[in-house]
Ligand binder design. Structure first.
Ligand SMILES: Cc1cc2nc3c(=O)[nH]c(=O)nc-3n(C[C@H](O)[C@H](O)[C@H](O)COP(=O)(O)OP(=O)(O)OC[C@H]3O[C@@H](n4cnc5c(N)ncnc54)[C@H](O)[C@@H]3O)c2cc1C
Length: 467
C-alpha cells in the first residue's frame, strides 16, 4: 500500500505524485484537515475546499475507492494512516510557500521515524524553482528575463488519471461541512470548485476567448479572461493540461494576431510561476518588503479610510466597483486588482499587508505567491515592481479600461443611472451635481493629486533612510 496525500492538488488526472504512486498500485488517497491551516482560513476558502473535496471523493468512489478525510496534525495523522493500512510510503506534491515547506519537513521526519518512506513530487508548476535562474543568484528578479527562458523551455505532457485497479478499496467517514469546521457561510457566492467546472472553463476559454485575450484582457467589463485562477489554486485543473490546451489552441490559431493572443495568455501563466519562484527563495516576503524598505515607509494606516476601502465606499467608482466585486464573487479582474491595490498603498498610504490580509480573507483564488507578488508590485516594494513615482491615477484607469463605465455600473448600483462622463468625472463634480446624479454614493474620500505627492514624498524619505 502507498498513501497519496492530497493538498492543493484536488484532482485525479494530471497529478504527478498520484500517477507515480499508481504505478505501484494499492493507492490510499487521503486529505488532512490541518487545524494550523484552518486557523488562518476564511469562509470562502473553506467553502471552496469542501466543494473540491466532495467532488474528488465522488471521483474516487466511482472507481471503487474513496478519499479519506482526516483531521489533525498531518505528521501524526499520516503516520497513523500509514500504520492503519500497512503502507510503507507516503507521497505528495511539493508546495513552495514557507509554512508548507516547514510542515512538510516535520511530516517527513515523523514518517521516517516510523519507518515509512516520505517522497515529494513536482506538480504545481511547469518549471520548478531553481530550474529557471540567472547565472548568478537563485531566481530572476526581472520578469522579462524569466519569461524568455520559461517560454522556450520544453513542457511536460499531461498525465492520465490512475486506473481504477490501482486504487485501494478503502472507505472514509462522512465529509465535514464548513459549519462542522466552525465556518460561517461566505459573504460572496463561491464559484464551483469541481473538476467539471474546471474542464468546462478550460475548454470554453481555449476554444474561442483565448483569441481575443490579448486585446480584451485589460477591460474588466469584457469578462475576457479565463477565470482559471480558482482551479489552479485548488488544483481542480493541472498546469500541464492547461498548457496542453493552449498548445491545441495555438495549432488551431488563424493568423499572427490569434497566435500572439495565445502567447499573451501563456505569459500570464509564467507570471504565476515567476512569483512562485520568488516566494520559494524568499519565504519571509509574505510579511517583509522584498526591497528592504522594511520599517522605513511611514504608512498612514488610517482606520476609517481602510474601512471605506474594504466596504467599497471610497467615492472612487472604479475602486469601489472592484472592492464590491471582491465581496460578491470572491474574485476580481486583474486590472482592477492593480487599481485597488495602488489606491490603498499610494492614495491612502496604507501598508500593503493590510490589503494582502483582506484579499487573503476574501479571495476564492488566494495564492500566497501571486497575492504577495501582486501586492508588493503595486506597493513598489516587490520584484520588478511598479516604480514608486509612477502612481496609478484611478480616474484615468477608469476612463482607459472601463470607458463606458459598464463595469462600474455592474457593481455600484447607486451609479446605475449616471453617464460614463459623470462616473469618471465624479471627483470633479460639485456637491450639488453629485447629489442630483447619485445621492447615495459618497464624494471621494481623498484628493488624488495631493495624495500622490504625499506618497512619492513618503517613498523618497524611506529610500533615503534605507540607503
Ligand atoms: C494585488 C494583486 C493580488 C493578486 N492575488 C492573486 C491571488 O491571490 N491568486 C491568484 O491566482 N492571482 C492573484 N493575482 C493575479 C491575477 O490578478 C489573477 O491571477 C487573475 O486576475 C485571475 O483571473 P483569471 O484566472 O481570469 O486570469 P487570466 O488572465 O485568465 O490568467 C490566467 C492565469 O495566469 C495566472 N496569472 C494571471 N495574471 C497573473 C499575475 N499578475 N500574477 C500571477 N499570476 C497571474 C493565474 O494563474 C491566472 O489564472 C493578484 C494580482 C494583484 C495585482
Amino acid at each position: 500500500m502507498i498513501v497519496h496525500w492530497h493538498r492543493r492538488d484536488l484532482r485525479g488526472a494530471d497529478n504527478v505524485a498520484l500517477a507515480v504512486a499508481a504505478e505501484r498500485g494499492d493507492v490510499v488517497p487521503v486529505f488532512v484537515l490541518d487545524p494550523a491551516i484552518l486557523d488562518h482560513a476564511s469562509p470562502i476558502r473553506v467553502a471552496c475546499l469542501c466543494d473540491a473535496l466532495a467532488d474528488l471523493r465522488a471521483w474516487y468512489r466511482e472507481r471503487g475507492s474513496d478519499l479519506l478525510v482526516e483531521r489533525g496534525d498531518p505528521a501524526a495523522v499520516l503516520v497513523d494512516v500509514a500504520e492503519r493500512y500497512g503502507a510503507d510510503e507516503v507521497r505528495w506534491n511539493a508546495d513552495y510557500s514557507g509554512l508548507a515547506a516547514e510542515r512538510d519537513r516535520a511530516v517527513s521526519a515523523a514518517l521516517e521515524a516510523a519507518g515509512v518512506a516520505a517522497r515529494e513530487c513536482r506538480d504545481e508548476l511547469l518549471h520548478e524553482p531553481g530550474s529557471i535562474a540567472p547565472n548568478e543568484g537563485e531566481h530572476y528578479a526581472v520578469f522579462s528575463y524569466f519569461w524568455t527562458k520559461w517560454r522556450d523551455r520544453e513542457k511536460r505532457d499531461p498525465l492520465d488519471p490512475p486506473a481504477a485497479d490501482a486504487l485501494a478499496d478503502v472507505s472514509g467517514d462522512r465529509l465535514p461541512s464548513p459549519a462542522d469546521l466552525d465556518f460561517d457561510d461566505p459573504e460572496a457566492t463561491p464559484p464551483a470548485v469541481t473538476r467539471e467546472a474546471a474542464r468546462e472553463r478550460l475548454s470554453t476559454f481555449c476554444a474561442d476567448d483565448i483569441y481575443r485575450y490579448a486585446d480584451e484582457r485589460d477591460y474588466p467589463a469584457a469578462d475576457a479572461t479565463s477565470r482559471l485562477s480558482v482551479h489552479l489554486k485548488w488544483g481542480t485543473v493541472g498546469i500541464r493540461e492547461t498548457y496542453a490546451a493552449t498548445a491545441d489552441a495555438l495549432e488551431r490559431a488563424d493568423g499572427e494576431d490569434a497566435r500572439a493572443s495565445v502567447e499573451a495568455f501563456r505569459r500570464q501563466l509564467a507570471w504565476r510561476e515567476f512569483y512562485a519562484h520568488v516566494l520559494a527563495y524568499n519565504p519571509e516576503t509574505v510579511r517583509e518588503d522584498f526591497r528592504g524598505y522594511e520599517n522605513e515607509i511611514e504608512w498612514r494606516n488610517d482606520p476609517e479610510e481602510l474601512a471605506a476601502w474594504k466596504a467599497g465606499e471610497t467615492g472612487v467608482p472604479i475602486v469601489d466597483a472592484g472592492m464590491r466585486q471582491l465581496r460578491e464573487e470572491g474574485w476580481v479582474h486583474n486590472r482592477v486588482r492593480m487599481i485597488v491595490a495602488a489606491f490603498l498603498t499610494k492614495d491612502l498610504l496604507i501598508d500593503w499587508r493590510e490589503g494582502y490580509d483582506w484579499y487573503r480573507r476574501k479571495l476564492a483564488d488566494h495564492d500566497t505567491a501571486s497575492d504577495v507578488g501582486g501586492w508588493q508590485w503595486a506597493a513598489s516594494t516587490g520584484t520588478d515592481a511598479q516604480p514608486y513615482f509612477r502612481v496609478f491615477n484611478p480616474t484615468k484607469q477608469g476612463r482607459d479600461y472601463d470607458p463606458d463605465a459598464a463595469y462600474v455600473r455592474r457593481y455600484v448600483p447607486e451609479l446605475a443611472d449616471a453617464t460614463a462622463e459623470q462616473i469618471h468625472g465624479w471627483a470633479d463634480l460639485d456637491p450639488a451635481e453629485r447629489e442630483a446624479v447619485a445621492p447615495d454614493y459618497p464624494a471621494p474620500i481623498v484628493d488624488h493629486a495631493r495624495r500622490r505627492e504625499a506618497a512619492i514624498e513618503a517613498f523618497e524619505r524611506a529610500r533615503g533612510k534605507s540607503d
